[in-house]
Design a protein around this ligand. Structure first.
Ligand SMILES: Cc1cc2nc3c(=O)[nH]c(=O)nc-3n(C[C@H](O)[C@H](O)[C@H](O)COP(=O)(O)OP(=O)(O)OC[C@H]3O[C@@H](n4cnc5c(N)ncnc54)[C@H](O)[C@@H]3O)c2cc1C
Length: 320
């Protein structure tokens, strides 16, 4: 029996990259609390994902399948993942702090009557867990006092697990989904289609803010992003104004990113925005206000009008 279980995430049979970071965190935790780790995956017709997960050194991969798990809904997935945790007997439950992780895992914790630490960025001796509070302006250290501890980990703060080449046994379990009890059903998803890399996986992110003045000017940001093979991000101000899709939002109430290069264009650097990008390796800020808070986290600051700098930068990069 393993001490830890990782709740894997898949959508339409595709394993979420963030799960590999959660496995990385589980390995760190295992080095401290002892015992190995198992992995659970829930869905319908997701045997292929279980096979993929069998290559990461887990004691076992629990596969919970049910017709009600064809598409993600928090309630049904929480029931299935709870069944997997119960089957494993693990004391530590680890998942990635993605949108789905944030939506589903607290429900699993409630079903287990377990304490939960969310969005953790570090595992300390004890174990205690470090997590951002107040939009990342302080880092708190928390301890979970219940027998079972449930954790969501910030993918950007834990290295991806590498495949070990082994093949863990896959155990199909009764998903324990009570279809009659489900009070929500999947209707559809309104997702923005894009050929660009996913915001949370991209090595380069170019984000735009209100300094762009109007939605049409976002093309400047998109052109630069496409040239560098990057993803496009945005502040909440422009998302709320309806300029760009919601899933471009970076920050406390958006996505947390940590690319190799983050270019902030016409973004003031409000604390809620910094909470989602200040872990980026190199930050470049373009803002005409020398006192803009974005410059406090920038490695390179360009105090200038973005309408001069961005086209020039794009042109020079294209020429190279
Ligand atoms: C509970 C809560 C949660 C929030 N969550 C988020 C979140 O997840 N993500 C997020 O981003 N925000 C979030 N916010 C909003 C946040 O507080 C800010 O309002 C927002 O980030 C500001 O967006 P902005 O930088 O685009 O706009 P502004 O603050 O208006 O900044 C625009 C910047 O553009 C510069 N500028 C203007 N013209 C030019 C030019 N021609 N050239 C160069 N620079 C120029 C200006 O100097 C200014 O610094 C949240 C707020 C709350 C209360």
């Amino acid at each position: 029996m393993s001490n830890i279980i990782v709740l894997a995430e898949q959508q339409n049979g595709k394993l979420a990259n963030a799960t590999l970071h959660a496995i990385g965190a589980a390995k760190q935790l295992a080095a401290q609390v002892g015992g190995g780790f198992d992995i659970a995956v829930a869905g319908n017709g997701v045997g292929g994902v279980a096979e993929q997960l069998a290559g990461f050194g887990a004691g076992k991969v629990f596969l919970a399948e049910h017709g009600s798990l064809e598409k993600y809904t928090a309630q049904a997935y929480a029931q299935a993942l709870h069944s997997a945790v119960a089957a494993s007997g693990a004391r530590f439950v680890v998942a990635a702090a993605t949108s789905i992780g944030k939506d589903c895992v607290p429900r699993v914790a409630a079903r287990l009557d377990a304490g939960m630490a969310s969005d953790i960025v570090r595992i300390n001796d004890g174990p205690t867990y470090t997590r951002p509070m107040w939009a990342g302006s302080v880092l708190g250290t928390v301890r979970v006092n219940t027998d079972i501890q449930v954790l969501t980990v910030r993918p950007t703060e834990f290295a991806k697990a590498e495949a070990t080449g082994g093949a863990s046994p896959i155990e199909s379990i009764d998903a324990g989904v009570d279809a009659g009890s489900l009070r929500m059903s999947y209707v559809g998803i309104d997702a923005a289609e894009s050929d660009r890399p996913a915001l949370t996986d991209a090595d380069v992110v170019i984000s735009g803010g209100r300094g762009l003045k109007e939605p049409g000017n976002f093309a400047l940001v998109e052109k630069l992003a496409d040239l560098l093979g990057g993803a496009v991000g945005a502040t909440r101000a422009v998302v709320d104004a309806g300029w760009v899709p919601n899933d471009w939002q970076v920050g406390q109430t958006g996505k947390v990113v940590a690319p190799k290069l983050y270019i902030a264009v016409g973004i003031s650097g409000a604390i809620q925005h910094l909470a989602g990008m200040k872990g980026s390796k190199t930050i470049v800020a373009i803002n005409k206000d020398p006192d803009a808070p974005i410059f406090t986290v920038a490695d390179y600051g360009i105090v200038a009008d973005l309408f001069d700098v961005v086209p020039e930068l794009t042109e020079k990069l294209a020429a190279r």
